[in-house]
Design a binder for this molecule. Structure first.
Ligand code: SF4
Length: 222
């Protein structure tokens, strides 16, 4: 499919007037920083970053209120990642959709998110405003994840927490906490009771029996 076909498809399927289709596609590719003279080219003629822009133009064609961006920048090199992230930030301001941004790169997540949810074996284990979760995580898995963020300062010590064991089978979880075999803070209660999802401060949710007592290490200075 050409860029024109790709970006116009959701519009055509939803009955957008045919005589205004090309103009609308031009508007969309312009919005994501591509030139409309490329409309008849095929994806292989573009770089990874440009292809991502085409995908973004298509996803925003119907002006959605909610966009799931699943690993939207993970295949891109760092400088292109920054361009795409800035583009998403700009679109967030202008079009005001809600983005559910799924990624493994915690620096990227910190840059784009208002709230962060941390998942382990398919379960949400912590959810909080971005600054709070990076400053003061309340779940041991979040603490371990944050400790793995590379530090750019030369010679900086990395206090990375290495988790023992393997990731549990999400389809066959034992009784108790799903993080138990890898948690250095586990106690007897964790083996028997599945921790409840609880709000421990305004907007900060966590699923850990010891969330209120543990002093876990974040990565931001207060
Ligand atoms: S409930 Fe227990 S095992 Fe699970 S994360 Fe909390 S301390 Fe660790």
């Amino acid at each position: 499919m050409t860029v024109l076909d790709i970006v116009s498809e959701p519009l055509r399927l939803n009955g957008y007037p045919r005589d205004r289709l090309v103009d609308k596609v031009k508007e969309l590719v312009d919005m994501v920083g591509l030139e409309s003279k490329f409309l008849n080219r095929y994806p292989h003629a573009f770089s990874g970053g440009q292809r991502q822009r085409i995908g973004i133009a298509r996803s925003l064609a119907l002006e959605p209120r909610f966009v799931v961006a699943d690993e939207a920048v993970s295949a891109l090199d760092v400088s292109i990642q920054a361009q795409i992230l800035n583009l998403l930030q700009d679109l967030k301001e202008t079009m005001k959709p809600t983005f559910l941004f799924i990624a493994h790169d915690l620096s990227v997540i910190e840059h784009v998110s208002d709230r962060v949810g941390v998942m382990y074996v398919g379960r949400l284990v912590e959810l909080a405003p971005t600054e709070e979760i990076y400053l003061k995580p309340r779940h041991p898995y979040t603490e371990a994840l944050l400790s793995a963020i590379p530090r750019p300062e030369p010679g900086a010590k990395n206090n990375r927490i290495l988790l023992p064991g393997a990731v549990a089978n999400a389809a066959d979880l034992a009784l108790g906490c799903c993080f138990l075999p890898r948690c250095r803070y586990c106690q007897d209660q964790c083996k028997e009771d599945t921790p409840l999802w609880q709000e421990i401060s305004y907007g900060h949710y966590v699923s850990c029996h010891r969330a209120k007592e543990l002093e876990l290490q974040g990565v931001m200075e207060a």
